[in-house]
Design a protein around this ligand. Structure first.
Ligand code: COA
Length: 182
């Protein structure tokens, strides 16, 4: 079972391994339990489906692990498109409730942004809180001419550009196929 971090505990962010999958499911289930009235949060099945999909990118599936070996956070980016050009979709991002508010989410975000940039990916999009993601360089997607796949998402749909971004990358964003089956 994943726990929170102890005071002054150390943590590292690394790629996930086959042996982490059950712990990753637990972290996602616990993090999204608050927004799920009953049953298993859809984000758990989403990550399982993404793992099996053509859009899965192993270098961009990251866990946060304590010194004690507990998985306390998870983030993933998967292949997505702006019209027919490759980009990334971020999500889910999840931190175990007992470990929230200690910078774990920020560490995961910085790590996955750096990894995506190193892979020469141009842009990452996500649907998320407008008071959390701007601190990581996300901006309203509309400012850059990237349109969400569902018009109602516009207020929370954000993009982060990376080094290989060019302003011509405008159009309609499309997530990896498993997102369409939610
Ligand atoms: C969102 C989440 C990943 C943040 O992880 P975390 O480790 O707590 O984040 P950090 O410690 O790096 O940052 C904490 C900051 O995030 C803010 N924050 C956390 N959840 C937030 C939310 N839902 N909306 C706005 N801000 C939020 C906190 O207020 C805090 O802000 P401050 O630094 O200005 O005080 C975590 O709260 C979580 O797993 N939530 C449930 C799942 C979820 O909503 N995931 C994101 C959508 S895909």
């Amino acid at each position: 079972m994943s726990t929170g971090m102890h005071d002054h505990a150390r943590m590292l962010v690394r790629r996930d391994r086959a042996g982490d999958h059950a712990a990753v499911r637990e972290v996602i289930a616990a993090a999204f339990a608050a927004t799920t009235p009953q049953g298993v949060p859809v984000e758990v099945g989403l990550v399982d489906a993404l793992r099996e999909s053509a859009e899965w990118l192993p270098p961009l599936s990251l866990v946060a692990e304590t010194d004690d070996g507990d998985i306390i956070g998870y983030v993933v980016c998967t292949r997505a498109w702006v019209d027919d050009r490759p980009a990334l979709g971020l999500g889910p991002l999840a931190v175990a409730p007992a470990a929230q508010g200690q910078g774990v989410g920020a560490a995961l975000m910085h790590a996955v942004l750096g990894a995506a940039d190193a892979l020469d990916e141009p842009l990452i999009a996500l649907l998320g809180h407008t008071d959390y993601y701007p601190r990581f360089g996300f901006r309203p997607a509309a400012e850059l001419g990237v349109t969400p796949p569902v018009a109602d998402w516009a207020s929370h749909f954000q993009v982060r550009t990376l080094s290989s971004y060019r302003p011509e990358l405008q159009g309609t964003f499309r997530y990896a196929q498993p997102f369409n089956e939610l």
